[in-house]
Design a protein around this ligand. Sequence first.
Ligand code: ATP
Ligand code: MG
Length: 371
Amino acid sequence: TTSNGLPYQIAVIPGDGIGKEVMPEGLRVLRAAAARFGIALALREIEWASCDWYQVHGEMMPADWKAQLQGCDALLFGAVGWPATVPDHISLWGSLLKFRREFDQYINLRPARLFDGVPCPLVDRQGRPRQPGEIDMLIVRENTEGEYTNLGGVMFAGTEREFVIQESVYTRIGAERVLRYAFEQARQRRRRHLTVATKSNGIAISMPWWDALAAEVALDYPEVTVDRQHIDILTARFVLQPERFDVVVATNLFGDILSDLGPACTGTIGLAPSANLNPDRRFPSLFEPVHGSAPDIYGRNIANPIAMIWSAALLLDFLTRGEGAGRAAHDAILRAIEAVLREGPHTPDLGGDADTTRIGQAIAERVVAGC
Ligand code: ATP
Ligand code: MG
């Protein structure tokens, strides 16, 4: 329960496509873990923030969406987007990106781990497939500023003098808080290593500034080893030497790229979870799988629900501040995921023939049984 003794309020937004198929399995495991570890949750399912809702109402969310989420501690989100009926820029900007912006979710967290039982697309220098334990990283992306601004424009369009400018904006507060968050995460992990992504050899004003700020924050974390890498070589090393990485922190654009590349290095997109955090807890944080609504497989109940289930585990851990029951519930879910990946059943993306529901049931059973 929360500090005032009330259950945690969770808004549940299945969204579109396979979001609607994986969410019930996320909830099944969330409920099982909450029951076992004595965490009181009040779950409220929401049908807006979906393209179905848009078809009826002509917008992705009701005008009073913020008021409707008043008092909510976290959002569990499936996937949004159905390009056949609603253009992606409308569905995305009308829901997910609104949450990120309005709820100041300035940290985007994406763990990427290789599991036993999941074929890895990467090989080592001898050509052997990478082993579990060789890839275990946490990507921390700045989620609200940097390269993603609308400042700029096209000038003298259609003339010989045509040019375009798009600004990047980094604030000291914005950059420092993401760096601090990443150092905190690194400090709590076994290897205590942080890689700071940069490009100060090419982007000659903002990136040296970012490097200097990282060096300044590093003084407060003497137990963390830091290494600064240019984004170009960093991406190459993700593929060639993934074992070098523990926590990786990056600006919005670089983090966006790395947080797709990281999970891609570990097998299927069906496993990758993410958290959009407002660590100050002034606003709710949002937990969602990295994958989208996957229209190509929707309706067959074959989507891998593990990314959704792992996202629910991240939610429990964050709600309880990484302590006590929430951390135990998170760890129990992770152990159950590991066991099911190792021993089966598997969905088709992992070469099996089990359906979405079967995987959710198998993981929930193991959470209840404690193995
Ligand atoms: P975005 O939402 O970022 O635009 P997208 O719509 O381009 O992403 P996804 O919906 O993530 O892409 O799907 C990409 C591919 O991965 C598709 O072929 C899809 O079937 C597959 N895929 C995505 N999620 C899963 C899952 N949970 N299980 C199995 N396959 C998946
Ligand atoms: Mg999509």
